[in-house]
Unconditional design. Structure first.
Length: 315
């Protein structure tokens, strides 16, 4: 595809020769002739000068270069869309594998794929266009929304509701029992029945080996558009807000509530029964012991304002 065609598809401003043929996309270090690369961080400008790429996708404020450039006000997003031009995952055709076990009382929508050794329990509802890979489990009365994908080994427990266009990566568990025990007089722990459920709204992505626990009563709720990384644990009764970004190894203790657009970076831990306000950014390995107001950037354990944390760390 010619560079000028890519510029048009990505709504970029073209600088340089638009007749260059682009065959794929690659990082600055790995790019060769025929590749489109990207520069979103100024500290990699020297690498961009040395790249063998045929063209680079940059921000509108990036300085001129000898290579042809595609300029966009959000170059990282534009590059993400460029990848889609050249890489399309192999589609799973509608089919039900002969080794899958599906209850007679389950409802299966049109154009569904069910992989080998997958189990779908009684009264489960599988929406139109759902893709369920091999060795998955959908337990009784669970609901999977239209065009959602479950990758191999993932489990959706009983009565859990998954929305439309969600992605559940391999070996994740949605709806495991919450961690609830009452101490008896003899010192032993008495297990509290986890009678609630989990509701995952539309357009949510759940990373590999992530666990989202059902509530003791009521529901654990993951709101629409939220993206959850691998190895995350969300405890019972949590409410995760719209369009959150939750990175690897984050742990939210029970009844944590996050607002809209919250970003929790790697290994953040929240003590539970607290609120994290809209737009808050929490830096890696921060321990959240108390509620956080909207719009703050916090660091440290216990969490404090990021600028104060930087000064105290330097001291």
């Amino acid at each position: 595809m010619k560079l000028v065609e890519i510029a048009d598809r990505l709504s970029c401003n073209l600088e340089g020769d638009g007749s260059i043929e682009i065959l794929g996309v690659a990082t600055l270090e790995r790019a060769g002739a025929g590749d489109l690369s990207f520069l979103t961080n100024p500290k990699y400008h020297n690498e961009a000068k040395k790249t063998a790429a045929s063209a680079i996708l940059v921000g509108n404020d990036s300085p001129p270069m000898t290579l042809p450039l595609l300029r966009h006000d959000n170059p990282y997003l534009a590059f993400a869309r460029a990848i889609e031009i050249f890489y399309k995952p192999a589609p799973l055709p509608p089919a039900i594998h002969t080794t899958a076990w599906i209850s007679d009382t389950a409802t299966i929508g049109e154009d569904v794929h069910v992989g080998a050794f997958t189990f779908i329990g009684e009264h489960a509802v599988i929406g139109k266009g759902v893709r369920i890979h091999s060795r998955c489990t959908v337990e009784a009365a669970a609901q999977i929304g239209e065009h959602t994908t479950m990758h191999s080994g993932s489990v959706v427990r009983e009565r859990v509701v998954i929305g439309r266009n969600c992605i559940i990566q391999a070996n994740s568990v949605v709806g495991a029992d919450g961690f609830g025990y009452a101490k008896q007089q003899n010192g032993e722990w008495y297990p509290i029945v986890q009678a609630g459920t989990v509701i995952v709204e539309d357009e949510v992505e759940i990373g590999a080996s992530t666990t989202i626990d059902r509530a003791t009563l009521g529901e654990t709720l993951i709101k629409s558009g939220t993206k959850i990384d691998n190895l995350v644990h969300i405890g019972h009764g949590c409410v995760v807000g719209t369009d959150n970004l939750i990175c690897a190894q984050v742990g939210l203790a029970g009844s944590t509530r996050t607002g809209k657009g919250v970003v929790l970076t790697a290994q953040v831990g929240a003590a539970g029964h607290l609120e994290i306000g809209d737009g808050t950014i929490v830096t890696p390995q921060t321990g959240i012991a108390n509620s956080i107001d909207a719009g703050l950037i916090v660091s440290g354990s216990p969490a404090i304002d990021h600028k104060i944390w930087l000064r105290s760390s330097a001291a």
